[in-house]
Design a protein around this ligand. Structure first.
Ligand SMILES: Cc1ncc(COP(=O)(O)O)c(C=O)c1O
Length: 399
């Protein structure tokens, strides 16, 4: 039987790379591919205690809850956002979502008609691109350097395409591991105001910063609450399994998204929300985040040391100041999509860079995650990876 799927699902097809990565998880391969935190560092006791506390409130905890999310958690999130300088949202301007991923989806659902334009960095977060495309939005890439978008190009594209939104991951981006300067953050907001466009600021990694002394002010902290939607998540700092994130923004947009959420799933898992509320009260989340910063920083340095001694010709990268990823450009003769199979045979996996691009993709790029593997596995895996790339170049194979 040939099923008559809607036209828009043509964007949802699985790729050969995805299929390969699925197999990797089942094999004995050192994987730098997923965007995974390390489960050995999960605060299991804290999460368990938080659920026990949740169940102490009895059967009521098992009832349907309001779509907007558990009110005490929304209040607590406003307090936590204030610490980052984000002052303009009250609990009514916050919607709890099933991860930040759902925030991206609900926003797209209420904003995009087919053909509406959204501007993004290039490369950018793959699963956001998939959402935008599933709502038949047209994604236009903006040029950037290692400090963020190029404002001239952004302004020209704002004029030319009249987009509805600018999507950015300004603090330790996925996949590029970049951090925007404060000047770029202010400038993008000024342009958003000038052209009446909202900014969707996706900030899952902001807490994983390696240099305690640096301040990465969210764009939302520079705004008065009219132009920026800010989403973040507990996936990287607590655990992804609770599937809890949030979005804060202009009240009208949040209200519309809550209505869309009602149609979508009524509300996110309320036991997770209550447990996270108790976790934030009874467990020292900030201390836990400090531990993660140190641990992930050490792992980044282990990967960096391997890159530095690799001797690979044509290798370039920016050293991440936080987050979970290295973004590499290797010699232009190498096609990382084609080489992935050889790497997996050798015992190591990565994500080829090509799918993250909106515009012309660079085949000689890849993303490496350093948070999921232990330092000794990082060393072992990197040596395998360097061998695969060196061999490919030595043999002069045309990939
Ligand atoms: C940039 C970015 N945004 C959003 C998400 C979604 O995170 P979650 O749905 O787990 O909160 C991720 C996950 O990797 C991400 O990298």
């Amino acid at each position: 039987m040939k099923y008559a799927f809607a036209k828009r699902v043509r964007h949802l097809q699985s790729s050969a790379v995805r299929d390969l990565l699925k197999i990797i998880n089942k094999q004995n391969v050192i994987s730098f591919a997923g965007g995974l935190p390390d489960d050995r560092l999960f605060p299991l006791d804290g999460v368990q205690a938080a659920f026990e506390k949740t169940f102490q409130s009895g059967k009521k905890a098992l009832q349907y809850q309001e779509t907007e999310g558990y009110a005490p958690l929304r209040e607590l999130l406003c307090d936590r956002m204030k610490v980052k300088g984000i002052n303009s949202y009250s609990p009514e301007d916050v919607l709890i979502t099933t991860g930040s991923q759902q925030a991206i989806d609900l926003f797209s659902r209420v904003f995009f008609n087919p053909g509406d334009v959204i501007l993004t960095e290039d490369p950018t977060y793959l699963a956001a691109l998939q959402v935008f495309e599933s709502y038949e939005a047209t994604v236009i890439p903006v040029l950037s350097d290692e400090n963020g978008m190029l404002m001239d190009d952004l302004e020209q594209k704002l004029k030319q395409y009249r987009p509805k939104c600018i999507y950015v991951v300004p603090t330790f981006s996925n996949p590029a591991g970049k951090v925007w300067t404060i000047e770029k953050r202010s400038a993008v907001l000024e342009l958003a105001k000038k052209y009446h466009v909202v900014i969707f600021e996706d900030d899952p990694y902001g807490d994983i910063q390696f240099n305690e002394d640096e301040v990465y002010t969210p764009i939302a902290a520079l705004d008065n609450g009219d132009y920026v939607l800010y989403t973040s998540t507990f996936s990287k700092t607590v655990v992804p399994a609770l599937r809890t994130g949030w979005i804060a923004g202009p009240h009208q947009i949040i209200r519309m998204m809550a209505q869309a959420k009602q149609a979508n799933d009524l509300h996110s898992n309320s036991l997770s929300q209550m447990a996270l509320y108790h976790l934030c009260l009874d467990f020292d989340l900030d201390q836990h985040i400090q531990m993660l910063r140190k641990e992930y920083h050490d792992r980044m340095k282990t990967m960096l040391a391997e890159l530095e001694r690799s001797g690979l010709p044509g290798l370039s990268y920016v050293v991440p100041k936080g987050g979970m990823f290295f973004w590499l450009e290797v010699h232009e003769s190498l096609d990382t999509t084609k080489l992935l199979q050889e790497a997996v045979k050798e015992g190591v996996a990565y994500v080829p860079g090509a799918p993250f691009f909106v515009g012309r993709s660079k085949q000689n790029t890849l993303r490496l995650n350093y948070t999921h593997s232990t330092p000794d596995k990082i060393e072992e895996g990197m040596q395998m990876l360097v061998k695969v790339f060196s061999n490919a170049m030595e043999k002069g194979k045309v990939y």
